[in-house]
Design a protein around this ligand. Structure first.
Ligand SMILES: Cc1cc2nc3c(=O)[nH]c(=O)nc-3n(C[C@H](O)[C@H](O)[C@H](O)COP(=O)(O)O)c2cc1C
Length: 300
């Protein structure tokens, strides 16, 4: 059975990766899973400098999912390079660095600093608020999405994945814009913007008031968006959003994703990625699928 897939020239042993922000750099997961079995680890967002994140409470449960407004807390790229790359390199898996920033030059600085570091792919998180544009996320305007992709490409040595925000009217338009900007692949979806109110306290549950919705509740939206993007662009797609089981993962592959990432499921069960991988293998055996690529994009 062949599970290997290719993302922008990087060969993954299988299509199962971890979603940014839900797995750290894997240190907390080492005791539960065999990191060597993962196709890749997409680490939590890395900025040029330390970000403190948002005030608490920052997470809440919802029906079929969760809200988070962690605010991309991270110690900055120097700490990441010193501590997390050597940790992950102990394992036979690909390292994908999720890059965050508040201005285009912040993103470029991280890409430039990583040029000679041992990482396989970069993933640009364009859902961050752009301070210069008054807090509007880069990922919700096709012009800004294309521009930031184009600028970061000038500094990136590794192939560049651009992670798309679902909080737009026409996801295909954004995907085409980042493809035009030079993206080597796209990943989708990031969280959907949501809100929850504590009616007894008469205040929002999350200190930031609005937050990102993730988990199985968003999966049908994510599958629909991957389907639409697959019809619109030629570069590879990494699909994510609410994947809890092997069959969930296969849905994403069938609508056109070449690989998938598991997010919220890791927080519910640290062994989720291993179970999903086992379930994909069982599905392939049962359905007599010899090569995973046979099912990628089979939905017309
Ligand atoms: C607690 C938490 C932290 C996250 N941090 C990041 C991040 O740093 N960068 C990023 O691009 N996405 C981040 N995400 C979004 C996830 O990577 C993923 O796109 C989203 O949660 C949908 O997948 P899921 O439903 O499987 O969780 C975060 C999600 C959660 C729940």
């Amino acid at each position: 059975m062949n599970l290997s897939v290719n993302i922008a020239g990087v060969e993954l042993k299988n299509p199962v990766m971890t979603a940014s922000g839900t797995f750290g750099s894997g240190k907390e997961f080492e005791q539960y899973i065999d990191i060597n079995r993962l196709g890749g680890v997409i680490v939590k967002g890395v900025a040029n400098k330390e970000w403190l994140g948002n005030p608490s409470p920052r997470i809440a449960e919802t029906y079929g999912g969760m809200l988070n407004a962690v605010g991309l807390q991270n110690p900055g790229m120097e700490v990441f390079i010193k501590e997390d790359i050597p940790f992950l390199r102990k394992f036979d898996t690909k390292i994908i660095v999720n890059v965050v920033g508040r201005t285009i030059s912040d993103y470029c600085e991280v890409a430039e600093r990583l040029q000679n570091e041992d990482v396989d792919l970069l993933e640009l998180n364009i859902s961050c608020p752009n301070v210069k544009e008054g807090g509007v996320a880069f990922g919700i305007s096709p012009q800004m999405a294309e521009k930031i992709t184009n600028e970061v490409k000038k500094y990136a040595k590794q192939p560049l994945i651009v992670k798309l925000s679902p909080n737009v009217t026409d996801i295909a338009e954004i995907a085409r814009a980042v493809e035009a900007g030079g993206a080597d692949a796209v990943s989708l979806i990031n969280t959907l913007i949501g809100m929850k109110v504590d009616v007894h306290k008469r205040q929002p549950v999350i200190a930031n008031k609005i937050a990102g919705l993730s988990g199985p509740a968003i999966k049908p939206v994510a599958v629909r968006m991957v389907y639409q993007v697959a019809k619109a662009i030629r570069i590879p797609i990494i699909g994510l959003g609410g994947i809890m089981t092997g069959e969930d993962a296969i849905e994403f592959l069938m609508v056109g994703a070449s690989a998938i990432a598991v997010g919220t499921a890791n927080l519910l069960n640290p062994r989720a990625t291993m179970n999903i991988l086992d379930e994909i293998e069982t599905f392939m055996k049962t359905k007599k699928i010899r090569d995973i690529k046979e099912i990628i994009g089979i939905i017309e």
